[in-house]
Design a binder for this molecule. Structure first.
Ligand code: F6R
Length: 604
């Protein structure tokens, strides 16, 4: 997820662009840049780091002009370096482009252009776009035609804004990534999201997939890719600029819970493919990449540990020898490590000190390191031999939500590559991968359900909240309890359902609601354990599909669609995220910044 801003007006563009980038920084913050023109070529300034650092470095006199574009980046292709920062240009520096999204066919386009003599300076997928525009300009096309042809060549998702030297025009296109036009008395804005320009105008036009816009100081043309005019009417947004980063949501956490269909689609994009439905292809891991690995150890903390446990259980169930370790305990409890050990660090931020220490210890013993993270160029990414990006986009709320689901899904995909290489026992997992492809839509259907809010209010004031599950339901029970205690400050615990009778049952009373997660795997046993608690007076909430036997027995039901057992826990987790959120909201807690906690824990 990156942020795009563009301005065509009658006044200097640079301050507007920088304000826009600051307002968009929640969409990405590992590098930033601007390009401005005033009839004497395009001037660009870009660098790794935050917008504030770019702002300090900028000499506004050099970047004088009324037309400009800017970008704040969340890396997907290539680390957050100055070279990879946007805007990107062609070799003549006559074309500048900013882009949000993923160009799936960039490798093919890049090698065709390289064969024609185009030289590239970055590792990004974006850089093919200015080169394509240049290619068509060289063929004699007008700037507008060159832009349209370049867009026509792209596959994937994108919001793109481009300018060509000495033209007082911006060209933009949208396919799968958001783009909005703002209209004020002195000109026009282009942006990934309304907050970018809300200080200046609240009159906007939301673009739709397939739209191409041509923005001049005296007007905007909305067209199809082929150039046919289309009707797009402006609307007025009723947003408070302060709130705008959260969009329509009261808290970043709720926004991020609702972003999961998108973040999951990004995690999966291009990774489930092949002739056979359900074939998995992960960058850097061709068939045989894991040959020789004899054991796998996961290291992680908190929510990321729950995702790691999820991955570990899924792999164990397919005959792969894995174990999941709390990174802070790894130093004292890790099983033997050697060069045939793969240690997988799961860390959203890539900066968690405990996880980094565990990685360094494993590395010292000769293990191969793989990091699953959301942050390109993070310390954990740099420490590892290989990196898998979960592509969830920035997560602002301290409580991890969308990164958990993306981590778990990435580990299921990784599991398939490992199972194939190490001859695991689950050979035909096509049904799972078909359900995985549909997961973004399945998540969307749960997000519309209001039952979690009603139950959060119904059980408010309980003495304690218990979450139970078995197999892949167990890490979800742990995660449900962690999220609940973290943001409500109420006592909550997660248990393997079979463990209740070995002690925790002593705590069960009519004041301790029990949330039981049914994944479709050994559900009868979970139901027996849940009923043991219900018999002692605990209100029982079944998290399962409608029509499940548990629904008739339980006191309440949180519905999830019926899917492959490997995925059901992730659906249950969405209901539990909503439950925690609404309970914390009803209690008036500072949900995005719970007391005593930090988003990135860089101390041991
Ligand atoms: C809880 C939460 C934390 C993190 C943990 C590890 O909602 O976010 O438990 O999961 O601090 O952080 P990362 O994933 O950055 O290593």
């Amino acid at each position: 997820m990156c942020g795009i801003i563009g301005r065509v007006g009658t006044d200097e563009a640079i301050d507007t662009l920088l304000t826009g980038l600051e307002n968009l920084e929640y969409r990405g913050y590992d590098s930033a840049g601007v390009a401005v023109q005033n009839g004497s070529g395009i001037k660009i300034q870009k660098q790794s780091g935050k917008v504030a650092e770019l702002k300090q470095a900028i000499d506004s006199d050099l970047l004088s002009g009324e037309v400009g574009i800017g970008h704040t980046r969340w890396s997907t292709h290539g680390p957050p370096t100055d070279e990879n920062a946007h805007p990107h240009t062609d070799s003549t520096r006559d074309v500048a482009v900013v882009h949000n999204g993923i160009i799936e066919n960039y490798a093919t386009l890049k090698s065709s252009l390289q064969e024609l003599g185009h030289e590239f300076e970055s590792d990004t997928d974006t850089e093919v776009i200015p080169h394509l525009i240049q290619y068509y300009l060289d063929e004699g096309a007008s700037a507008e035609t060159a832009f349209r042809r370049a867009i026509d060549d792209l596959e994937g998702s994108y919001a793109v804004a481009a300018m060509v030297a000495n033209e007082h025009v911006l060209y933009a296109a949208r396919q799968g990534s958001p783009l909005v036009v703002g209209l004020d008395d002195d000109g026009f804005f282009l942006a990934s999201d309304v907050p970018a320009f809300l200080e200046y105008t609240d009159d906007v036009v939301y673009l739709e997939d397939g739209d191409v816009v041509v923005v001049r100081p005296d007007g905007v043309e909305f067209t199809t890719l082929e150039g046919h005019a289309i009707d797009r009417q402006p609307e007025t947004v009723a947003w408070d600029p302060e709130q705008a980063g959260k969009g329509e949501y009261d808290h970043f956490m709720l926004k991020e819970i609702h972003e999961q269909p998108t973040s999951l689609a990004q995690a999966i994009e291009g990774r489930i493919q092949g002739d056979e439905p359900g074939e998995v292809a992960l960058e850097s891991f061709p068939p045989g990449a894991f040959d020789g690995i004899e054991r796998i150890q996961f290291v992680a903390c908190g929510t990321s540990y729950h995702a790691a446990l999820y991955g570990s259980i899924a792999m164990n169930q397919c005959g792969i020898q894995t174990s999941a370790h709390l990174a802070n305990e790894y130093g004292v409890s890790a099983p033997p490590v050697d060069e045939n050990t793969l240690v997988i660090a799961v860390t959203q931020s890539g900066e968690t000190a405990d996880t980094l220490n565990a990685m360094r210890r494993a590395e010292a013993d000769g293990a191969r390191l793989l990091t699953v993270t959301n942050v390109v160029g993070s310390t954990a990414a740099r420490l590892a031999d290989d990196v898998l990006l979960i592509r969830a986009g920035p997560e602002i709320g301290v409580a991890a939500t969308k990164t958990f689901s993306s981590q778990a899904v990435m580990l299921l995909l990784l599991a398939q590559c490992i199972i194939d290489d190490l001859d695991g026992t689950c050979e035909d997992r096509r049904a799972l991968y078909n359900d995985l492809s549909g997961l973004p839509d399945t998540f969307s259907s749960i997000l519309e359900d209001g039952t979690a809010k009603a139950l959060a209010e119904q059980y408010l004031g309980a003495e304690s909240y218990f979450f139970i599950g078995r197999g892949l339901g167990f890490p979800v029970a742990l995660e449900g309890a962690l999220k609940f205690k973290e943001i409500t400050y109420e006592h909550a615990e997660g248990f393997a359902s079979g463990e209740l009778k070995h002690g925790p049952l002593a705590l069960v009373t009519p004041e301790t609601p029990v949330f039981a997660i049914f994944t479709g795997d050994e559900d009868e046993k979970v139901l027996n354990n849940a009923e043991e608690a219900q018999t002692r007076g605990a209100p029982l909430v079944a998290v399962c599909p409608a029509g499940h036997r548990a629904v008739d027995i339980a006191d309440a039901h949180l519905d999830i669609p019926a899917v492959d057992p490997d995925l059901a826990g992730l659906l249950a987790n969405v209901q539990l995220q909503l439950l925690s959120y609404h309970a914390a909201d009803a209690l008036g807690r500072p949900i995005d910044k719970p007391r005593n906690l930090a988003k990135s824990v860089t101390v041991e």
